[in-house]
Design a protein around this ligand. Sequence first.
Ligand code: QAP
Ligand code: CO
Length: 174
Amino acid sequence: MKLTIVEYPDKRLRQKSKKVTSFDKKLHDLLDAMHPFMIETNGIGLAAIQVAHPIRALVLNIPDEDGEQLPENLLEIINPVIVKQEGETVYQEGCLSVPKFYEDIKRSESITINYQDRDGNTKTLDADGLLAIAIQHEIDHLEGILFIDKLSYARRKKFEKEYKKLQKERKKSS
Ligand code: QAP
Ligand code: CO
């Protein structure tokens, strides 16, 4: 399956993703394609809507202490629901759908989610650190929310200006 990234300001990123009800080969093929796509594009998290599939599915692969993204650390999360969140943390986030832009974003420090795996089995996961931040970022995608939506008015304006300039330069060189 060939995947391409959907980039801001594409309106498709604003859709609310649909709950997954069929845990079938079609879902498995998509997940199997999302993992290598995420690694090749230097991502640590990817929601299906970012590759034009508006379903409530995401993949994560948080690098270990050596910065390596090990296959055994691949997480596939379907239909996630945050059932508990505690504390506050700030991290400089980026997004494959908003290339080359990074800003500090405030999130809960630790979370508990309920979700399903690729076969529809119900699971619970406690997360903190970068994993907790990444899960919250990806769950936002399922609601059509981007990390840039969380910026102050002034920062958002600055972003829009810089991003437009960057896009013009990218168009010129492509
Ligand atoms: C979401 O983000 C995230 O601008 C995943 O040029 C962000 O994988 C989770 C990326 C922060 C936790 C903390 C961004 C790759 C990748 C870019 C990503 C770029 C190339 C972003
Ligand atoms: Co993102």
